[in-house]
Design a protein around this ligand. Structure first.
Ligand code: ADP
Ligand code: MG
Length: 336
């Protein structure tokens, strides 16, 4: 497959963003933004590291790569507009499969009126995709991690651990079972996550809200907020929202995945107590579950720490690896 054929196949025939001046077809893309701030991020997926042919089909891979990036933009309170894709693929890779990856991305992109405005095509040993996203946010409305304050309510959207449970099913069950009702939804959560763009956008009316997307699990995300904001966070284990479907897994797995499963692409955040009802209201309007799981406090611990109250006992929630030792922690220790 040559680069020219690929670019021609994936190139959009029309663009949606009014600010776009030049998309694919020159040395670089050109766009205009008049009043808003630019927000940008990049994410890379490597075959064998972040996915296998079994866990993600080409279409899902494209969808999920873009969803992960859109989620980062959403967590900044921004709206996604453009993306660029750098792809490395082995010589014998089929154009059909690459095209399917792009179809997955384009399906999600169309929901947000996003445009594919460029990329790079390189031959290499392993299929690898890197996606750069560009979005915009009104002045004063970017949602940083360092803005949490004492007394804030800590909240989370949706349910946690489902994507990790879905991955477990993909890795450890038979393909013939994947369509069964109790598996299907969890597998969907892994393959086709929904970034919370509209929810974050509806919070624009708030002067201050701290947001982080759940890409590594709330254990990590909450520690990032606590450290950046120089505050302490205390959460109540019993309030962490779980789906009905995840109940089919043993307690120890649920317990680990809700903190460290990651890749649910939900949003976790903090907001002043008086503003929390508004957050709940926005969730209601979007049919999105909003759960208060704790509070920002400096009464109970040193600054920058996260604690969870479990069965009446207070335990430190470490950034990598829960007290029961998460997978990531084990991996890290092996590398020591
Ligand atoms: P240049 O050699 O000037 O860097 P290329 O020939 O690599 O440009 O690319 C031509 C056009 O196609 C550019 O607009 C580039 O952004 C776009 N492009 C190249 N590869 C991809 C890709 N994999 N996906 C999307 N756009 C691509
Ligand atoms: Mg050039």
């Amino acid at each position: 497959m040559d680069e020219f054929t690929l670019i021609n196949k994936v190139k959009q025939t029309t663009y949606r963003q009014p600010g776009l001046i030049k998309g694919i077809g020159d040395d670089a893309a050109v766009f205009r933004e008049q009043h808003e701030k630019i927000v940008t991020a990049v994410d890379t997926f490597v075959e064998g590291v972040h996915f296998t042919k079994n866990t993600l089909q080409a279409w899902h891979l494209g969808y999920r790569l873009l969803a992960a990036n859109i989620s980062d933009v959403a967590a900044m309170g921004a709206f996604p507009k453009y993306y660029l894709v750098s792809i490395v693929f082995p010589e014998d890779e089929s154009l059909f499969r690459i095209h399917d990856i792009y179809k997955g991305m384009k399906h999600l992109a169309s929901k947000y009126n996003m445009d594919l405005i460029g990329g790079d095509t390189v031959q290499g040993k392993q299929l690898s995709l890197s996606l750069t996203i560009i979005g915009t946010v009104p002045i004063g409305k970017a949602r940083y991690r360092h803005t949490a304050k004492q007394g804030d309510v800590v909240f989370v959207t949706g349910t946690l651990g489902d994507a990790r449970a879905g991955l477990d099913l993909l890795l450890n069950s038979k393909k013939t079972e994947w369509e069964s009702p109790s598996y299907k939804e969890l597998i969907r959560r892994h393959r086709l996550p929904t970034p919370r763009v509209h929810f974050a956008q509806q919070l624009q009316r708030l002067q201050r809200v701290t947001l982080n997307d759940v890409s590594d699990g709330i254990g990590n995300e909450l520690n990032e907020i606590a450290t950046a904001s120089k505050v302490c966070i205390e959460i109540d284990d019993a309030t962490i929202p779980l789906s009905e479907e995840i109940n089919q897994f043993p307690l120890h797995q649920r317990d680990e995945w809700k903190y460290f499963g990651g890749e649910d692409f939900e949003l976790v955040g903090t907001v002043a107590e008086q503003d929390f009802p508004f957050v709940v209201q926005v969730g209601k309007e979007q049919n999105l579950r909003i759960t208060a799981i704790g509070e920002v406090t400096n009464k109970v611990c040193d600054l920058g720490e996260v604690y969870t109250i479990k069965y009446g006992k207070k335990e430190r929630l470490q950034p990598l690896g829960y007290v029961h030792r998460g997978k990531k922690n084990e991996k890290n220790n092996k590398n020591d």
